[in-house]
Ligand binder design. Structure first.
Ligand code: PMT
Length: 399
């Protein structure tokens, strides 16, 4: 259950008598360390009030796609991106049918279409409805889409019948939710990640840097640790907390980052992921004292920094090496060239020309390229993108 610590669970409640158990489920998930936001369908509100769920979750409950007040607080797309897991409990036959056929006719179905997070359903319905061929066909469609199924259990039902269709108990659902995050893809491996910008000093008060916040690299470090890896994070100057179970080394200059990364690789590393926006050049000399503005122009001479990721991939104990490429045009062409020139196993390229993506944003979209293949990871929160990237790296590494 430790796996639920700091996880963001979007709990969808649909119309059915089992909705009363969702109140207990909120508590179970929170007790395990998760943050819970609740979305209720109109049917669910007939069985349990949004106020109850609001009081338990500690957050306003979202019920309506077209509610301007709720949209102003956290819009439905933001909510879809926020979640690490969308858990629908109880999931009614009607909801499963709408979801299977891609409907977006209320808030919850729209969120399911818009999220990149895993989705799990805990069905609850009369045993005859569960056995009906329409429900079973919808179930197959949902499973083909990768939706996870928690239950249903079997036994006596609220309607007086006996059979499959009972929603699992909240404790069982919380346990299964924890197992979604328990993938141990990188157990036993040492992963070294660099992140953030570097700062190249001009004089004691001025420097050259870039807009990297470190968010992408820190999210990848968190995802790698969750996947069971021992993680070393070498970070430039950023304002972010260290993810749990991650060993962090702080550096400022590109040359310091070079030394820290190569030393970590010397000590033995299985996978190296270069998310840092390393300064390509540094001033040839750093003035000992603050440069005075005595002339109209000053000229800086810059010298190229050593390439960290290329040096890691040329190391004689070479790890599986993953680079990033930040581009504003001809994204695929430049990324492909970097993959080949730096002799990488994989490169994740992001178009950083947009506002809500790449540098300093909470979101990103990547195209991941390797020799002979590629995969698009569409726009999502960096935490979600990081998980998808780690899964992809684990698959390619194991090959
Ligand atoms: O930090 P965030 O605000 O979350 O933003 C994330 C990000 C946009 C910084 C990240 O997603 C990203 O794209 N990182 C790579 C940025 C970059 O420097 O790209 P590049 O195309 O210039 O470099 C290509 C690769 O070479 C990168 O893996 C880079 O780390 C590496 N490199 C570059 C120069 C150098 N001297 N040494 C290197 O290792």
């Amino acid at each position: 259950m430790e796996r639920l610590v700091n996880k963001r669970i979007l709990l969808g409640v649909t119309g059915g008598i089992a909705a009363y158990k969702s109140a207990d489920l909120v508590r179970r998930l929170q007790d395990a360390g998760a943050e819970v936001r609740v979305v209720m369908t109109a049917g669910a509100c007939e069985f349990i009030t949004p106020l109850t769920m609001q009081a338990l979750s500690g957050h306003p409950v979202h019920t309506d796609l077209l509610d301007p007040r709720a949209e102003a607080a956290m819009g439905h797309i933001e909510l879809a991106r926020w979640a690490d897991l969308v858990l629908i409990a109880p999931a009614s036959a009607n909801f499963m049918a709408r979801m299977a056929h891609g409907h977006g006719n209320d808030l919850l179905t729209t969120l399911c279409l818009a999220t990149g997070a895993p989705i799990a359903l805990a069905p609850a319905m009369n045993q005859q409805m569960w056995a009906d061929t329409a429900t079973q066909k919808n179930l197959l469609i949902l499973q083909e889409k990768g939706v996870r199924l928690f239950g249903p259990g079997s036994g006596s039902q609220a309607c007086g019948e006996v059979g499959p269709g009972r929603m699992l108990e909240p404790a069982e659902i919380a346990q299964m939710a924890a197992e979604v995050f328990d993938h141990d893809l990188l157990t036993g491996l040492h992963v070294v990640i660099n992140a953030g910008p570097t700062r190249e000093a001009i004089d004691p008060v001025r420097y050259i840097t870039n807009q990297s916040s470190g968010k992408m690299g820190f999210a990848i470090a968190e995802a790698a640790a969750e996947a069971g890896a021992r993680v070393t994070l070498i970070s430039g100057p950023v304002n972010l907390p260290t993810p749990t179970r991650v060993k962090r080394t702080d550096v400022i200059r590109a040359e310091e980052m070079f030394d820290a990364c190569l030393s970590a690789v010397d000590q033995g590393c299985d996978i190296f992921i270069a998310t840092a926006a390393v300064a390509d050049y540094r001033p040839t000399v750093t003035a000992d004292h603050k440069i005075k503005k005595s002339t109209e122009e000053i000229h800086l001479t810059l010298v190229k920094n050593r390439d960290i990721v290329a040096s890691v991939s040329a190391h004689d104990r070479r790890p599986f090496t993953v680079g990033f490429a930040a581009e504003t045009r001809d994204v695929m062409t430049y990324a492909q060239a970097k993959l080949e020139n730096k002799k990488l196993d994989m490169i994740a390229t992001n178009d950083v020309s947009g506002e809500n993506v790449g540098f300093n944003s909470d979101n990103n979209a990547l195209t991941v390229i390797w020799p002979g293949g590629h995969k698009v990871l569409p726009l999502a929160a960096k935490r979600q993108i990081a998980k998808q990237l780690i899964e992809l790296i684990a698959i390619r590494y194991k090959r």
